[in-house]
Structure formats: structure tokens, C-alpha cells
Design a protein around this ligand. Structure first.
Ligand code: BGC
Length: 444
């Protein structure tokens, strides 16, 4: 239940990043936006997310995971209501930046919180609930855009985001903070209470002891992140963040209708309908990932997923390169995009967020996750801002081949750097790092 409540932050992440694609069509008309102003409205959320992720790392370690999530849910509500009531484009951009900040912060604090309240053997599935909610949020936003299509209703598209935000506030108020964070603040009695809910009575004492032992560093500063034994974990987090974005996921999430139109789906309606299909496959395969992640582990899913992404991107590029018959192009494009999204959803999608919630030492977990997260949002913004230019300058085929090449790089990165965290307690992962062992040998 705790994980599901916290994962509402994921629903807001998905909804608020997805909703703009439909809303912008009407906002553009209402405020007679110039192309630059339109870009401003669309990218405000990404900018906010970069800022939020960059400046909040120490806060989650200091104030605790729960309080930060509550504060972000309040910010989501203000942003949703403010943007729906915006009288001008300035206020709209400001409110979208506020929502972006809430997304940037909660995108890592929610997985962090869930990871710290989960038993090791279910942690993969529980943390990935957050990714499931992201994908559901995206589909719901597409549906809302579809149903509310028509002038002026864009205000409702934004306002509806307040509903999950209010539920998140109420839910988090009723929940405890993470036992690990409580122990890091010496609030052992409260931590025991929480642990009693998630493990057998007899295990509580030894768990408290284990967590306490991992708190050997007494005062925490940003400098702690530079210690040599933390470095391998930083590399894994930033590397996975980079590969999750530069392999092109959000060119599909944000521009799928455009890609389908390139492939010959001439009507808007057909393109939007195909996009909805992409969203549903994203949800369905995330469910499969949740089922598999604690059974087969993280690395096999990453390998299978990235191989699928590489092949589908290569085929998509090929289809655009060869002047195939238009009907064939439509089918090949549709199939490659479906295989691509399914492969992302089973691997890099959930596993990036999961892994960064597992590999960092407790004392600096918030700060370290914020670094991986800001890397993720930064590259998200770069790809979103350059995709159409890449298509113009390099051509469609080369652009998708470039993503395919980066995906091959991602496979190599996983092979050489990424650990298998399945089944290990967070404390065991930390001990492994402290002993200066290569992260990659964890789980082998
Ligand atoms: C990524 C987002 C992406 C979403 C799609 C998330 O894991 O971080 O950038 O839009 O998955 O499902």
C-alpha cells in the first residue's frame, strides 16, 4: 500500500509530461503563440525537472523522504490549478516550471522512498510500480487529450492533474517515513515501529543493527560523493541515465504522432490512435517487467531490452532509407515502434530508476540520486530539443541509426559496469562498495 501511494508521484510524472502534447494545440491558438513561446510552454516542465533534480539532493537526506514527497504533492496541486487558471502565457510557463520542479524531485524521491521500505526480495517489483504509474500517467494523459479535444478545454486537461496530487498528499500524511532514513537521524524507536510492519518481529533488531552499521560516515557533505569507493556507483547511475535518454525514448513518447505521419499515416486521428497503442504496450510490458525483475534479475532484462531497442531502431531506420511501398513502410514503422517501446519498458525504463535507488550508500543516497536524475532530465531536454533538427540535418534513417548505435553502447556499458542487485539488501550492496570491490562483481 505504501509503495502504491508513493507511486502516485509516478502517475503525476507521466500525466504532466504527456498532457502537453494535446493541450498545446489549443493553447497555441488561444494565446496566439509565436514558435518560440510555444517551445517555451512545451519545454518548461523539462527545465523545471532539471532544476528540481539539481537542487534538491541534500533536502531528501536532511528532511526525509516523506516530507519531501508531501511538499512536492502540494507543488503539483498548485501547478495544476495555477496552469489551468493562467490568464497569460507568462503565468502558464511559470506554473509549468513549478510542476516540472515537482516532477524532477519526486522522480527520484519516490523510488528512493519505496526502495527503503521494501524487503529485498520484492524491492524490484515494488520500486517498479513507480515506472508502471509513469506509463499509466502517459496513457491517461493521451486519453484525456483525446476526449477533451476542442478549444478551451485545455484548462481541464491541466486541472485534472490536481486529483492524484491531492490523493498523494492525503496518502503520504497517513504513512511513515522510511526506516532507513529514520535510523540515519537517530530516530530508532520510530524506525522499529515501521520495520515491525514490513518484517517479522525477530528480524527487527538485526535489521536495525545492520542499517546502523552502514552509517559509519558521520557528517555528510557533497564531498562524500567524491570518495573513490562511491565513484563506481556514480558512474553506473549517470551512465544508465545517459543511455535511458539518448537511445531516443522520448522522441517516441513526445513525437510518436509525427513519426507515424512521416511513415504515411496521413490523418491526425490515425496517428493519435497509433500513439495510444504505443502507450498501452508501454504499460503492458512494464507489468511484465515487474513480474520478472525479482525473478530473473535486473541485468538480463537490461540486455534483452536494449537488444530489442537496437534491432527495432535499426529496422526503423532501414524502412525510412529504402523507398519501400507505402503500405509496407506503415506496417514496418508501426511494428518497429511497438517492439522498441516494449523493449524499453522491459529494461531501461523501470531498471534505471530501480537501480539508482539501490546502489548508493544510505548517508548520501538523496544527493547521489539527484545527480543521476539531473543527468537523466538534462539529456531528456537535449534530445527533445534537437530531435526535429536531427531529422532535418541527418535524415530520418540516420537519426534512428544514431540511436541504435548509442543503444549498442548501452549494452557494452551494462556488460562492463552494471551490477546485479537482485535479492541483496541495500546494506549488503553498500558493504560491497565500501570494501572497494568492483560493483560489477556483485551478484556473481
Ligand atoms: C523515463 C521517461 C520516459 C518514460 C516512458 C521513464 O522511465 O525516465 O523519460 O518518458 O519512462 O515510459
Amino acid at each position: 500500500v505504501t509503495a502504491a501511494v508513493a507511486a502516485l508521484a509516478g502517475l503525476l510524472f507521466g500525466y504532466d509530461t504527456g498532457v502537453i502534447s494535446g493541450a498545446i494545440l489549443y493553447i497555441k491558438d488561444q494565446f496566439a503563440l509565436s514558435p518560440a513561446a510555444e517551445e517555451g510552454v512545451v519545454s518548461a516542465v523539462l527545465l523545471g525537472a532539471v532544476l528540481g533534480a539539481a537542487f534538491s539532493g541534500a533536502l531528501a537526506d536532511y528532511y526525509g523522504r516523506r516530507r519531501i514527497l508531501i511538499a512536492m504533492a502540494v507543488l503539483f496541486s498548485i501547478g495544476a490549478i495555477g496552469s489551468s487558471a493562467a490568464a497569460g502565457v507568462g503565468m502558464l510557463i511559470l506554473c509549468r516550471i513549478l510542476i516540472g520542479i515537482a516532477i524532477g524531485v519526486s522522480s527520484y524521491v519516490a523510488p528512493l522512498y519505496i526502495s527503503e521500505i521494501s524487503p529485498p526480495d520484492k524491492r524490484g517489483a515494488l520500486v517498479s510500480l513507480n515506472q508502471l504509474m509513469i506509463t499509466c500517467g502517459i496513457v491517461v494523459s493521451y486519453l484525456v487529450d483525446y476526449m477533451l479535444a476542442g478549444s478551451h478545454r485545455w484548462r481541464w486537461m491541466f486541472a485534472l492533474g490536481a486529483v492524484p496530487a491531492l490523493i498523494l498528499i492525503a496518502g503520504m500524511l497517513a504513512l511513515y517515513d522510511s526506516p532507513r532514513w529514520l535510523i540515519s537521524k537517530n530516530r530508532i524507536k520510530e524506525a522499529r515501529q515501521v520495520l515491525k510492519h514490513i518484517m517479522k518481529q525477530g528480524q527487527v533488531d538485526s535489521e536495525v543493527k545492520r542499517i546502523d552499521e552502514s552509517l559509519a560516515i558521520k557528517k555528510t557533505t557533497w564531498k562524500d560523493l567524491l570518495q573513490p569507493w562511491v565513484r563506481p556507483a556514480l558512474i553506473v547511475g549517470m551512465g544508465l541515465a545517459f543511455f535511458q535518454q539518448v537511445t531516443g525514448i522520448n522522441t517516441i513518447i513526445y513525437y510518436a504522432p509525427t513519426i507515424f505521419q512521416y511513415a504515411g499515416f496521413t490523418s491526425n486521428k490515425a496517428a493519435i490512435f497509433a500513439t495510444l497503442g504505443v502507450g498501452v504496450v508501454n504499460v503492458a510490458m512494464t507489468i511484465v517487467a515487474i513480474w520478472l525483475v525479482d525473478r530473473v534479475g535486473r541485468k538480463p532484462l537490461l540486455f534483452v531490452g536494449m537488444t530489442g531497442m537496437t534491432i527495432s531502431l535499426a529496422v526503423l531506420g532501414l524502412a525510412f532509407k529504402m523507398s519501400v511501398m507505402s503500405e509496407t513502410l506503415k506496417i514496418v514503422a508501426m511494428l518497429s515502434v511497438i517492439v522498441y517501446i516494449a523493449s524499453f519498458a522491459i529494461g531501461l525504463g523501470p531498471i534505471f530508476w530501480l537501480m539508482i535507488s539501490e546502489i548508493y550508500p544510505l548517508k548520501i543516497r538523496g544527493r547521489a540520486m539527484s545527480i543521476a536524475t539531473v543527468t537523466n532530465w538534462g539529456f531528456n531536454m537535449i534530445i527533445a530539443a534537437t530531435f526535429l533538427t536531427l531529422i532535418n540535418k541527418l535524415g530520418k534513417a540516420n537519426t534512428f541509426w544514431l540511436f541504435a548505435l548509442l543503444s549498442v553502447g548501452g549494452i557494452a556499458f551494462c556488460y562492463f559496469f552494471v551490477p546485479e542487485t537482485k535479492g541483496h539488501s541495500l546494506e549488503k550492496i553498500e558493504q560491497h562498495l565500501r570494501h572497494n570491490k568492483s560493483l560489477r562483481t556483485l551478484g556473481t
